[in-house]
Design a protein around this ligand. Structure first.
Ligand SMILES: [Zn+2]
Length: 201
């Protein structure tokens, strides 16, 4: 979806923009004045992890659940676990950090690397995997991804990367097309006064 058609959480409005006006996530590296949307910056990611900052807007995440946008295979695994009434376990660590609910709903619709699962970080179309197979086969309802709330997470900062692991699914919003989250985002912003604000001072 065109990013200017999606209501922007307040804290995201404070982000630096690229030349199109597109807000640049907190964990996105810059090179020669250009944001590298397909990449994750190690230092920024480590800072977000250590200080509990949202990977989209860079503001503090309050105690409690955190949210992520997940791709097809993880969405399917979570959906199956929930349907079977068992907790979602054995998560492979991911390089993608958590964020506010509003920020992740927003990012699911406007970030090309999140909104289009076959364009997710590090996955080339020339190397089909489970994710792109889903796309090729055509979508089963909700198969393309989800915005997911987790009760808790842990992280590890190694010499070269920052890895996250998430536990206790508290909300599962699957989608075929992330535009489906527009109403949810509007409701979230209405509830929380345009979403997370930068902390005072
Ligand atoms: Zn945020």
């Amino acid at each position: 979806m065109r990013f200017d058609l999606v209501p922007m959480p307040l804290a995201v409005q404070d982000r630096p923009r690229d030349e199109r006006g597109y807000p640049v996530p907190a964990i996105t590296p810059w090179e020669d004045g250009q944001p590298q949307f397909a990449l994750t910056d190690y230092g920024r990611s480590a800072e977000c992890a250590r200080e509990r900052l949202c990977s989209v807007c860079d503001a503090l995440m309050p105690r409690g659940p955190v949210w992520r946008v997940v791709g097809a295979s993880e969405s399917a695994a979570i959906g199956e676990a929930l349907a079977a009434g068992r907790p979602y376990r054995n998560l492979a660590p991911t390089l993608e950090g958590p964020g506010h609910r509003a920020c992740m709903l927003y990012a699911s619709m406007v970030c090309p690397y999140l909104a289009r699962p076959n364009a997710r970080r590090g996955l080339g179309a020339e190397q089909p995997d489970e994710l792109t197979e889903h796309v090729v086969r055509g979508a089963v309802r909700g198969a393309l991804g989800a915005v997911v709330g987790f009760g808790d997470y842990e992280f590890a900062v190694t010499g070269t990367k920052v890895m996250f692991r998430f536990f206790d699914v508290v909300e599962y919003l699957p989608h075929d097309n992330a535009d489906a989250h527009l109403a949810e985002l509007r409701a979230e912003l209405a509830r929380n006064g345009r979403g997370p604000a930068q902390p005072a001072g």
